[in-house]
Design a protein around this ligand. Structure first.
Ligand SMILES: [Zn+2]
Ligand SMILES: [Zn+2]
Length: 161
């Protein structure tokens, strides 16, 4: 580099960042790559892929005693899911728990889709902070079953009341 790094007035010569690159970055899907149960176990399993990314895997139970394992899309706003074990009823509220320790996921609030539906939390860090978390409805057919940031869920709850 000979004299090209600075212009004649001594100012650093740095090319402008290109616009198209910025737009790509904004449109890219937001994916959570780790979420934790209340006891700090990571629920993202690299062996279960949903929507092209390692999925959030939780144990489920329904009111009729059915149970199994469910993989939920880690992409924010994506309602895709995959039944890994057992038969899941997408119209019934499910009880979600950690497949590692069996502890139930914490409940953030009621969901407006039906009377007995709730929004559950998965934490972004191995500590139990509801403001650093994602949330999703326990009824898979609900549009709010997509993973969203808990901050948005808290706002939605406030707006409905
Ligand atoms: Zn756990
Ligand atoms: Zn719902």
């Amino acid at each position: 580099m000979t004299g090209k790094m600075f212009d004649s007035s001594g100012r650093l010569n740095i090319p402008e960042p290109s616009r198209p690159h910025e737009e790509v970055a904004i449109k890219a899907p937001v994916v959570v790559n780790a979420v934790y149960c209340p006891e700090g176990h990571n629920l993202v399993d690299v062996n279960r892929i949903v929507s092209g990314f390692p999925a959030i895997v939780v144990s489920f139970e329904d009111k009729k005693g059915g149970q199994g394992l469910l993989a939920v899309s880690p992409v924010l706003g994506d309602t895709a899911y995959l039944s890994v074990e057992g038969e899941v009823n997408p119209d019934e509220p499910l009880i979600f728990s950690c497949p590692h320790c069996g502890v139930r996921l914490d409940v953030l609030s009621n969901c407006s889709c039906r009377e007995d539906a709730v929004t559950v939390l998965a934490y972004l860090y191995p500590r139990r902070d509801p403001h650093q978390a994602i949330a999703f409805c326990n009824v898979l057919s609900c549009p709010d079953s997509a993973v969203i940031r808990s901050g948005e869920a808290i706002r939605l709850v406030k707006n409905r009341q």
